[in-house]
Ligand binder design. Structure first.
Ligand SMILES: [Zn+2]
Length: 352
């Protein structure tokens, strides 16, 4: 995300909070509930170059958010209970569902004790190649390539091009450029190939990130034993499904469910689309998830839930707790629905 976009989002959240507009808007935009997205939960790190920091929040921020949700008398519910309310139209009490993507070990180490102490149900969506130690956390490999080098060169359209990345500012700029470039590819395979080439060239071991950061199957099984925890599917290879042929997209969803069932003995009813924005999950994926019998599937399209989402159970929006905005007031504005209502032009359901 560019600095400018971050500033606009932050200013928007601040304006909504300090003007009190989020309170005024609340009756119109707050909907019936919300699903929160987390990725990493861990203590802050010192590095100045952390381009993926939006994907992590600190344990104390999570503690504050859970405290706020409890005090605001919102129901903290599991995905199954959310599904029941959406299907039965039971909207008497506003609810929040906490979800954690990918299956990092820090979720077990830092998030779980907090959620357990507050008796908060939550879901973890597992990309099965991660505990299988075959996953490619390509966004971290890209970060490592830029972090560990002063200059990098790569082939762009068959031509060798060089980039300086000595200073933190240069690193941030280059990462944003590279990230934007690989995300713009039409296929997932092209993206993977560029990151694999860069990693090989600059001796970054992509496989090591899985080993270092992701839970093993034993660790996932330990969590799955707790009735507070729902294990959801997050595909096998964490691919942007909309960039795959239909057959592959379907098997990514279906196979990940089968692998989880074989490993844990529980068959996931819920799915999260990897990356989850419009470029990675669209109407085709929503249909596939429905055909495969998932009770719900979540995107990362920003938004709170409205009764109409009962008719779009495989295209649910979420609110991401973003590491760049770790102030309780930001979370309050998000959960009020005011910020996403403005971003979405007050349109409630976006399943197109
Ligand atoms: Zn993910």
């Amino acid at each position: 995300m560019t600095g400018l976009r971050k500033t606009i989002i932050r200013t928007g959240l601040e304006t909504l909070y300090f003007s009190g507009a989020h309170l005024m808007l609340r009756p119109f935009v707050s909907g019936i509930g919300a699903i929160l997205t987390l990725h990493h939960v861990r203590p802050p790190r010192r590095e100045r170059f952390q381009p993926n920091r939006l994907l992590e929040v600190t344990p104390s921020f999570l503690e504050d958010v859970v405290g706020y949700l409890r005090q605001a008398r919102l129901d903290l519910v599991s995905l199954d209970e959310m599904h029941r309310r959406l299907v039965e139209g039971d909207f008497q009490r506003r609810f929040v569902c906490i979800t954690i993507d990918d299956g990092y070990r820090d979720a077990l180490q830092w998030a779980y004790p907090i959620l357990k102490r507050h008796q908060v149900p939550f879901a973890i969506y597992i990309a099965t190649s991660f505990p299988d130690r075959l996953g490619e956390l390509w966004w971290l490999a890209l970060e490592a390539v830029v972090a560990r080098n002063k200059r990098i060169s790569l082939l762009i359209d068959g031509e060798e091009q060089g980039f300086e990345c000595r200073t933190v500012a240069e690193k941030r700029h280059l990462f944003d450029q590279l990230y934007g470039w690989v995300r713009s590819f039409r296929t997932e395979e092209e993206l993977r190939q560029v990151v694999r080439d860069l990693s090989a060239r600059y001796r970054v071991d992509i496989a090591a990130f899985c080993e270092e950061l992701c839970m093993t199957w034993d660790e996932v099984a330990g969590l799955a034993d707790d009735p507070l925890v729902t294990i959801g599917a997050h595909t096998v290879n964490h691919a942007m499904l909309a960039k795959l042929p239909e057959r592959s997209a379907r098997s990514e969803m279906d196979l990940s469910r089968a692998v989880i069932q074989a490993s844990l003995g529980v068959r996931p009813d819920h799915l999260a689309y990897p990356v989850g924005d419009k470029t990675s999950a669209g109407p085709r994926e929503f249909r596939l998830a429905e055909e495969l019998g998932f009770k719900t599937a979540v995107t990362t399209r920003p938004g709170v839930l409205f009764p109409a989402h009962g008719g779009h159970l495989t295209a649910l929006p979420r609110l991401s707790l973003n590491g760049e905005h770790q102030q309780l007031r930001h979370a309050r504005v998000l959960i009020s629905g005011a910020a996403t209502a403005m971003w979405n032009g007050f349109r409630r359901v976006d399943a197109a």
